[in-house]
Design a protein around this ligand. Sequence first.
Ligand code: BV8
Ligand code: ZN
Length: 254
Amino acid sequence: MIDVLANAATALQQARHIVVFSGAGISAESGIPTFRDQLTGLWARHDPQLLETAKAFRKNPALVWGWYLWRRQQVLQAQPNAAHRAIVRLADSGRQVTVITQNIDDLHERAGSQGVVHLHGSLMTPKCFACHRAAALNSVEQSISEEGAVVEPPRCSHCNGRLRPGVVWFGEDLPTEAWKAAVQAARHCDVMLSIGTSGVVMPAASLPDLALAAGAFVIHINPIDVCMDEPKEMMLIGDAGHVLPALLERALAI
Ligand code: BV8
Ligand code: ZN
């Protein structure tokens, strides 16, 4: 029986540059629902096409704004978990760690991670739908009673356009600098820890392939097997909040 944890620990020990690539699964243990989990997943209750596209916002801005206000409120009530904190310890171990996330929550930052690359934007950076200028965060001090409530988006102080969440919707390009930094890091890392992602949404899901093509090890952490069984791929089955601290303990005694 191959001790995958031992092999993963060895790869991590010898790594100088580590990329952490995270998805919704890393925030699941903080109480933030993922997208695809059958019952609890956001998409079990909502059609992303009706809420996560510019077309949806044009059609019903109050429904979409309410949806993101509800998600922001959930994130503000949540705390980083053991997986977010383990990544900070890894960076403190003197290795170069680049955190690339698909998540729009700020739990990596609240755990203490620096320079987090947000491929799909953030709930904390609203902007104007018309002039694209960033809006002051305090311009969205609205509370929302329950999921699905509609809330009229505030107006832009520059052009009076409607404010929108600073996230990347389907059909929208990723932020250029963020994508360039992510590709660069994936191509130059020794190990990529791919944590809590189903690997469906593009182009983000192509990053582990880029790392493998550049000769890096890719270590997946997920309760379900998402491995493509490439030679330098390893699959650690389990919850990130348990597996990642165990891996760091084994690899670096931290
Ligand atoms: C674009 C922000 C250029 C908003 C998001 C090529 C092929 C096919 C389709 C396309 C393609 N290229 C482009 C597309 C279209 C589209 C796409 O990929 N569609 C998919 C559905 C097929 N991509 C785009 O539109 C992208 N833009 O390509 O622009 C362009 C322009 C015009 C025309 C063409 C191209 C923009 C995509 C970004 C969309 N915005 N988020 C918001 O959040 O509301 S995507 C959003 O969904 C997340 O950010 C994330 O990326 C994705 C969800 O995936 P995961 O994070 O992986 O979450 P999921 O629930 O799926 O999985 C969770 C995993 O965790 C599971 O495996 C589970 O087992 C695991 N887990 C659970 N608990 C734990 C755990 N793991 C560890 N521990 C636990 N405790
Ligand atoms: Zn504006």
